[in-house]
Design a protein around this ligand. Structure first.
Ligand SMILES: Cc1ncc(C[n+]2csc(CCOP(=O)(O)OP(=O)(O)O)c2C)c(N)n1
Length: 1007
């Protein structure tokens, strides 16, 4: 037998060390025991030398480790044991891809049998045979899933060559010989025949498990133990079996009822995948004993109504009300959504009487985008109930086999699994693999063996299970639940099933999948299969099942009749529980947000605190000193205004979460909410050290991973989970937000209209034309404005630090929750004119419209032209006017663009009775920015016709050349105000009411 041992060309002295590190490295010392924890290369090499001389001279852990390592080497070289590493499995659903695939070499840390071998054959020959048996055992643990019987449609995959006796250097003659079975739950010695049948039963039945990729031996062993002890098929009690049958019956009869009573109506039925219901039910059954108080579910349309009815417990009368379309629009403010997108929540009682909450998040059609929303919502809920171990609120996400590998947000969410600011303690993923996506075959959907392959990159076990075997599915479900609670790590359960009908009930699948559907037509529903099995086992009688069926159908019948007589609002009132006392009703009524000066003074000093024994960068020290002295100086810059808003809210008991890329420092280096020690790099957050600990709420600030999509979804979800926390997402530059456009369109802008779900999420989007090119100028204000209707969100573009102070505080203090979209500054962060006097914070409130501070009240009659604008350009217009000596043009700022402040606008122009000309001025191109929106609103609500000054229509937001930008900007200002007088220096113009002054431009500090 060819042997690729340590002496082969593939072996190098440093290999064991790198393999040992692959076990988890220094951060995962538990993986192989104390002696390896140090990961000293000399030590590992010395152990290996001893092992080479005499395998029994090293301890059992090292023995196992090196044996696994060498096995990996042999498989990598493809010459192991005279066998082949070619796995000739042919997937039933991916013939083109899987036929004669060469398996990737297993990782070098696959666990070898943990018990030291005692030879039962003659010395020498016996050792060698035992080694081959060990190899075989390891191969079943690694590749057994390839031989598992997963397809309920009966397609089989050829038995993989790698699992044959011959490939391991054995043959039938060894079947009666005795060997050490290692950690297999068999007597020692056991015959090879017993070993093989144990392995076949465990790894090649209705469940195939992938876990050899997991980089932690303890976790591999945990799974092996559970799977092997039960041979992947535990003996369920008669009660459990009856429950599984009852859940299948509910799932089956629900679809049958709908198919019968609502012929031709789209419902995206679960037929073919009904075992999803017992799978989810088993999670609910097992959860409470493992500490779960709430399951937070996310899923797409397929089978959603069934889950709502039979897992979440949505009232059948409500569901039938939706089918009958018997509700009025008032049931769901703004028009609602189709029934298979709606969310629900309910209390659930397990068979043993334990209570828990089950929530299904509302979901748009966009597959998988709900995932991060579910995670964020879980995290918010975990914080609310102080679930620090993250075991009480558990996310369960149900995926489709096409969507899971296809949608990038799935990978983004896996990546967040163990990040400090985003972990939820593990997610249970259930992939409903119905072997088709709309009309697309698996071979066109994913590359690789399974649609779930992505999960392996994140060390998740993958349990592939045949949906026709309810008990195997139930067992997989329990393992998933236990794993998640034991390790706080994601796990994937892939249920192989089929889709009985077309993509929806009106679709014809025979157009595109005639062969598959030939088999589907002959398939027996899982309920009937399991029913027959339990009747044969004597667990139930046919008569009992018939009466269960009759009772269920009668209940649905009653609910349908009742729904016709008395339609029930299908949407539950969202302002309950954590949302009690809040509303979704916007109001322009000013909110009290001012703060007394002595409070501001104390907090500013705390914000400027240089922590003892922390060596800070000298620029940071200067920044902090200036913060500490801000109130005394009387002038508040943007960063201090923002931080004082946070600080005042925190000491008033309002927690805040700020997340996004580089938010701790701030992209433009203005915030420094966390300062780092120059010696240790340790971060210190003044906002969490404002007063004695326990007397302030927490400021949770997290630099996010580099995704807009998943993180914005997460923060949106968080804001649903905890409405009293101010949840803020900041874009690096505003235009990066379009990487999360689905979250903005499908959830933030329309979630309230579709699902009655309010959110107080705040988005900070750096915006402004400063010559930085097309990609760093625009937060696409126009897109947000286009989404505005029915007071669905607040869109603002504040121009002073006092305004941002009040704005942030208003978002928490107002009695309603609406998303807040803020165009935020870059260069304006350091603009003198954008600074406010302290009185701007100790007095006043956020003002939706700012009148012109440069035109005295008594000079209003002289004004003949009024410019309307929003944001940064105001300061440039004011500066230009100062330089030009203009006195007949007033500039009115719309600090809030939506909900449109028409009354405030009307009041502001009242100061200029002789104004004849009204113009909207902006720096964005005409087809962008606020112009078209503001023009329509001014016309409709204020009866003002405005002209336009700004950049002409453009396909790209801005030019690439800074010089060209400056020429364009100057043209706008000259057109709006007139030319500046030659030789004018920087302006030091009149102060706003909040104390800010006219412009002196400063350069952006953006790095
Ligand atoms: C992001 C997104 N793209 C496209 C679609 C249209 N669509 C709806 S279902 C579907 C197929 C999904 O297949 P799969 O994930 O296997 O789930 P199944 O429908 O088979 O349950 C597609 C492409 C969608 N809903 N969302």
């Amino acid at each position: 037998m060819a042997h690729s041992g340590p002496n082969s060309a593939n072996h190098s002295q440093s290999a064991p060390l790198s393999a040992a590190k692959a076990l988890g490295g220094p951060s995962d010392p538990a993986s192989i025991g104390q002696s390896i924890n140090g990961w000293q290369s000399d030590f590992v090499e010395a152990q290996y030398a001893r092992y080479q001389a005499d395998p029994n001279s090293v301890g059992p852990e090292w023995l196992n480790f090196f044996r696994g390592f060498e096995l990996g080497l042999t498989l990598e070289t493809g010459a192991a044991d005279g066998g082949s590493t070619h796995v000739a499995a042919t997937s039933a659903v991916k013939p083109a891809v899987a036929t004669a695939t060469t398996t990737a070499a297993p990782t070098t840390f696959n666990r070898a049998p943990a018990v030291v071998t005692t030879t039962v054959a003659a010395p020498g020959a016996g050792d060698e045979l035992q080694r081959r048996v060990d190899t075989l055992i390891q191969r079943y643990r690694t590749f057994g899933h390839l031989a598992a019987q997963l397809d309920p449609l009966g397609t089989t995959r050829p038995f993989p060559e790698v699992l044959t006796l011959e490939a391991a250097g054995l043959d039938d003659s060894a079947l009666e010989r005795s060997f050490d079975p290692g950690t297999l739950p068999l007597d020692n010695p056991a015959t090879l025949g017993e070993i093989v049948s144990c392995l076949e039963a465990t790894y090649c039945g209705s469940m195939g498990v992938e876990y050899a990729h997991i980089g932690c031996l303890d976790r591999q062993a945990w799974l092996a133990k559970r799977l092997e002890a039960a041979r992947s098929k535990p003996e369920f009690s008669a009660d459990t079996k009856r429950r599984l049958l009852a859940k299948l019956l509910e799932a089956d009869s629900f679809e049958a009822f709908l198919a019968n009573r609502y012929v031709g109506k789209k419902r995206f039925g679960l037929e073919g995948g009904e075992t999803l219901i017992p799978i989810l039910d088993q999670l609910l059954e097992a959860g409470p004993a493992l500490g779960v108080q709430e399951f937070m579910l996310g899923m797409a349309h397929r089978g959603r109504l069934n889950v709502l009815a039979n897992i979440v417990g949505k009232n059948l009368q409500q569901i039938f009300t939706e089918f009958d379309e018997a509700w009025t629009a008032a049931f769901a403010g703004g028009g609602g959504d189709v029934k298979y997108h709606m969310g629900y929540s309910n209390e659930h009682t397990t068979s043993s009487g334990q209570k828990l909450r089950v929530v299904l998040a509302a979901n748009p059609s966009h597959l998988e985008f709900v995932n991060s929303v579910v995670l964020g919502r879980c995290r918010g809920k975990q914080r609310l109930i102080d679930d620090t171990e993250r075991k009480m609120v558990v996310p369960v996400i149900i995926h489709g086999d096409s969507a899971f590998p296809g949608q990038g947000i799935v990978a983004e969410c896996f990546n967040m699994m163990h990040l400090d600011g985003y972990t939820v303690g593990g997610t249970i993923h259930v992939v409903v693999n119905n072997q088709v996506g709309f009309t697309t075959n698996p071979g066109d959907t994913f590359a690789g063996k399974y649609c779930t392959d992505l999960a392996k990159a994140y060390d998740c076990p993958v349990l592939h299970v045949n949906g026709d075997d309810a008990e195997a599915c139930a067992w997989a479900s329990r393992i998933a639940m236990e794993w998640r609670q034991a390790f706080g790590h994601d796990i994937v359960l892939e249920m192989w099933c089929y889709r009985k009908n077309g993509h929806n009930e009106t679709d014809e699948p025979m157009f595109t999948q005639p062969v598959l559907y030939g088999r589907v037509k002959k398939a027996r529903p899982a309920f009937r299969t399991y029913r027959a099995r339990l009747v044969a086992e004597g667990v139930v009688t046919d008569a009992e099942v018939e009466s269960m069926l009759a009772a269920r159908t009668a209940a649905m019948d009653r609910a349908q009749t009742a729904a016709k007589q008395q339609p029930i609002d299908p949407v539950i009132d969202p302002f309950r529980k954590a949302w009690t006392g809040l509303t979704g009703q916007y109001s322009h009524e000013p909110v009290t947000t001012k703060v007394p000066q002595d409070t501001l003074e104390t907090l500013a000093k705390r914000l400027g605190n240089v922590p003892a024994h922390t060596n800070l960068h000298k620029t940071i020290v200067r920044t902090l000193e200036s913060r500490a002295g801000a109130i005394a100086s009387g002038t508040i810059d943007w960063a201090t205004g923002e931080l004082l808003a946070y600080a005042t809210l925190l000491v008033e008991g309002h927690p805040i979460r700020l997340s996004g890329q580089d938010v701790e420092r701030g992209t433009f280096s203005h915030r420094h909410a966390v300062v780092n020690c120059q010696d240790t790099n340790e971060g210190y957050c003044q906002l969490n050290n404002l007063v004695e600990s326990g007397k302030q709420a927490r400021f949770c600030v997290h630099n996010s991973p580099l995704t807009e999509n998943a993180v914005l979804g997460f923060e949106y979800g968080y804001s649903l989970g905890d409405p009293r926390m101010l949840v803020i997402w900041e874009g690096q530059f505003g235009d990066f937000a379009n990487g999360a456009q689905v979250i903005i369109d499908q959830f933030i802008a329309s979630g309230e209209a579709k699902w009655k779900r309010s959110t107080g999420l705040m988005m900070l989007l750096p915006h402004g034309y400063e010559g930085q090119g097309p990609e760093h100028s625009s937060a696409r204000l126009e897109r947000f404005l286009q989404l505005c209707a029915h007071d669905n969100m607040q869109v603002v573009y504040p121009t002073t630090s006092a305004q941002v102070f009040h704005l942030i505080r208003r978002q928490v203090k107002q009695g309603f929750r609406k998303p807040l979209i803020v165009m935020t500054p870059k260069s304006m962060l350091r603009l003198e004119a954008a600074k406010s006097r302290v009185e701007g914070l100790t007095d006043g409130h956020f003002r939706t419209v700012l009148p012109d501070p440069g035109i005295a009240r008594e000079a209003g009659d002289a004004v003949t032209k009024v410019l309307f604008c929003s944001g940064k350009i105001y300061h440039e217009l004011a500066e230009q006017r100062e330089k030009s000596g203009q006195t007949t043009t007033a500039v009115i700022r719309l600090e809030q663009l939506f909900p449109f402040p028409d009354a405030a606008v009307t009041k502001a122009i009242g100061a200029y009775p002789n104004a004849k000309k009204f113009v909207w001025v902006q720096e964005e191109p005409r087809n962008m920015g606020a112009y078209r929106f503001a023009q329509a609103q001014l016309k409709e609500l204020c009866s003002i016709d405005v002209g336009y000054i700004g950049r002409p229509d453009s396909a790209s937001p801005a030019v690439g050349s800074a010089k060209q930008h400056a020429i364009e900007q100057d043209k706008i200002l000259t057109e709006a105000i007139g030319a500046a007088k030659a030789g004018d220096g920087p302006a030091g113009g009149p102060a706003n009411k909040d104390g800010s002054k006219d412009a002196t431009k400063e350069k952006s500090a953006q790095k």
